[in-house]
Design a protein around this ligand. Structure first.
Ligand SMILES: [Fe+2]
Length: 403
């Protein structure tokens, strides 16, 4: 929304300037005296440079909006902003400080070029130092020499790449959530400098993106709490399931890391690992805890659990992407599993990962109908069924992360 507004305003400004340039061009044609011609040329030059500035600003905002939409964590977003700010001002050092609402202190969440003693100790309160003043007033501050400015805390300036210092607020809905600091190498003449204006716009866009990430994080936590409640509910029916689910979740994260999967793919697999057996909620307790062999009917009933689980999860929009992982976690790589006898790559990667950790954990756990298998024996079984029941690549990754 904010991005749309900014874009619209900048587009209007751009059109107005372009119109003025056109007008001057026409006027230029009609102009007869050489003095007038010279004056018109100067004006034209000045407007063209403004158009260039605006184009640069529009492109920077556009590129920024494309980049930030793919960033999923507060730290990664802050790092992106620091790098961008340093690039804009040719700065060797920079940082993003966010206000900790509990302490009212600014804390560095991302930095470039700053030594650890600064990033770990710099925690100004609102109104303290330059960053604290910017956070309190919501107005940028530029100082030419930090070693002589009474507001700057680090009198020596050691650790900073230049003596000049620029701090710009990050504002969302008139509320400052942090500041962006850089030590520009180039000289800044006025606060109207196009780089300061651009950084202010990008800092506000970043604040908006950070706020969205925070709200999304709260929502995600709410859903995860619900997922854990669901997993505990299954525990009431099957005493083995909850601990098993927690271990499965930890293993899933490690395998994904080993396979170099991005966070966006890892998260759903981790959630799926936690609740992949949620469908057991719909299976009779006596069957799940039966200490002997299952009858064909009982086996059929147990084999319903992936479909039941997937149907429970599907209507929850936030969790719908993990429904296929739950549905297919009992498929075999060779197509002999259930419920649809998918094979190889037809089985979603998340389901192939959950299948390995589920089987391993089941083998090394005590069950009502048999004692736990030794770890070494379970590993042997995984290897034996690698390429048969399990994806070989996933088994290899799992064996590497298994302690
Ligand atoms: Fe299962």
């Amino acid at each position: 929304m904010v991005m749309d507004k900014t874009f619209l305003i900048l587009t209007i400004i751009f059109l107005v300037v372009a119109f003025m340039v056109l007008y001057l061009l026409l006027k230029n044609r009609k102009s007869s005296s050489s003095g007038e011609l010279e004056e018109t040329k100067k004006q034209l030059h000045s407007y063209m440079s403004k158009v260039d500035d605006l184009m640069f600003t529009l492109n920077s905002i556009h590129e920024f909006s494309l980049q930030v939409t793919g960033i999923a964590s507060r730290e990664d977003l802050a790092k992106y902003i620091v790098d961008l700010a340093c690039k804009l001002f040719d700065a060797g050092t920079g940082s993003v400080m966010l206000i900790n609402p509990k302490t009212s202190e600014l804390e560095i969440v991302a930095s470039k070029g700053l030594p650890a003693e600064i990033t770990s100790s710099a925690k100004p309160k609102l109104g303290e130092g330059i960053a604290g003043k910017v956070a309190e007033t919501g107005k940028p501050i530029f100082v030419e020499d930090i070693t002589t400015d009474p507001r700057f805390n680090n009198k020596t300036g050691n650790g900073y790449s230049s003596k000049s210092f620029l701090s710009v607020p990050m504002t969302v809905k008139d509320h400052v959530i942090g500041v962006v600091n850089v030590t520009p190498r180039k000289k800044i003449e006025t606060y109207e400098d196009k780089s300061i204006r651009l950084l202010s716009i990008l800092a506000d866009q970043s604040a908006f993106a950070l706020e969205n990430l925070r709200l999304y994080g709260n929502l995600e936590k709410f859903y995860m709490d619900m997922v854990e409640i669901l997993a505990k509910t299954v525990d009431v029916k099957d005493s083995y399931t909850y601990d098993h689910a927690e271990r499965a979740r930890t293993h899933a994260r490690k395998i994904c890391k080993q396979l170099n999967l991005p966070e966006g793919i890892t998260k759903p697999i981790e959630y799926a690992a936690l609740i992949h057996d949620i469908g057991k909620i719909g299976i009779e307790h006596q069957i799940l805890e039966k200490p002997g062999n299952l009858t064909p009917e009982e086996r059929k009933s147990v084999e319903q659990h992936p479909a039941i689980g997937s149907n429970i999860i599907k209507p929850v929009v936030f969790l719908s992407s993990i429904a296929p992982i739950i549905l297919y976690h009992q498929e075999w790589y060779n197509g002999r599993g259930y419920p649809e006898k998918l094979q190889g790559e037809e089985i979603p990667l998340g389901a192939r990962i959950v299948a390995v950790i589920d089987a391993y954990d089941a083998m090394v756990s005590d069950r009502p109908y048999r004692k736990a298998m030794a770890k070494e024996k379970a590993i042997e079984e995984l290897k034996r069924y690698s390429g048969v029941q399990f994806d070989t690549e996933v088994v290899n990754a799992f064996l590497q992360v298994l302690e």
